[in-house]
Design a protein around this ligand. Structure first.
Ligand SMILES: *[C@@H]1O[C@H](CO)[C@@H](O)[C@H](O)[C@H]1NC(C)=O
Ligand SMILES: [Cu+2]
Length: 205
């Protein structure tokens, strides 16, 4: 009986850690890489090497689309205008803030980016999203080429799961306070993992 309780406790703790790790993903453009365990690691969630291929992003009406596991969070997006940045390059003097805000609904959110007028077309940039869902800062990066016109950049990916067109690159209306429609699929997935883990622990002991 004691053994069963101990193993149950252990598995519960491991699973709780997984639940806490249901953070956020960068869905468009794709980030350098995602690993839930490494996402708390600055500057890029454990992915320290710039991508071999850079996505073209427009200087105007640009955005990053994320999928949030947390219902409420704040975020900051920084631009690092350097060709081949290494970790020590991610310091405040090199980082230019291009977005900042918060959302009060889970899942899809479109984060509009505002680049300074002084940024020239055909500039390489690494964008760093710093996300705070309440369980520590989380990091994701994408390596891009900023251009005047980016036909390959899919503007239709900018979607807010609260159903509103708020905070999109074209119309910068203040975020609405609509009720979120549903919970996060990420969190649901981790909760299911937890339940399965508990069941398995009972079967094993
Ligand atoms: C941007 O970076 C790529 C490598 O990712 C490099 O080949 C290219 O020359 C750089 N462009 C500029 C304008 O420096
Ligand atoms: Cu989290």
């Amino acid at each position: 009986m004691t053994n069963r309780l101990l193993s149950l406790l252990a598995i519960t703790l491991i699973s709780m850690q997984s639940i806490a790790l249901a953070h956020f993903t960068m869905t468009y453009p794709s980030s350098r890489g995602f690993d839930a365990l490494k996402e708390p690691l600055a500057p890029c969630g454990g992915y320290d090497t710039p991508s071999a291929e850079r996505i073209q992003m427009p200087l105007k009406s640009s955005f990053i689309q994320i999928d949030s596991g947390h219902t409420a969070y704040t975020f900051v997006v920084y631009a690092l205008l350097k060709n081949d940045p290494v970790n020590p390059d991610f310091i405040p003097t090199n980082l230019v803030q291009v977005a900042q805000g918060g959302r009060s609904y889970p899942e899809g959110a479109c984060l509009p980016l505002t680049f300074s007028e002084s940024v020239q077309p055909n500039t390489n940039v690494t964008l760093q999203v710093v996300y705070n869902g309440g369980d520590g800062l989380l990091y994701q990066c994408v390596d891009a080429l900023l251009v005047d016109s980016a036909p390959s950049f899919d503007a239709s990916k900018c979607v807010n799961s609260n159903g509103n067109k708020d905070a999109t690159p074209s119309g910068d209306a203040p975020a609405s306070t609509n009720t979120p429609s549903q919970g996060s699929s990420l969190h649901i997935a981790y909760s299911l993992t937890f339940i399965v883990a508990v069941c398995i622990s009972f079967l094993l002991v």
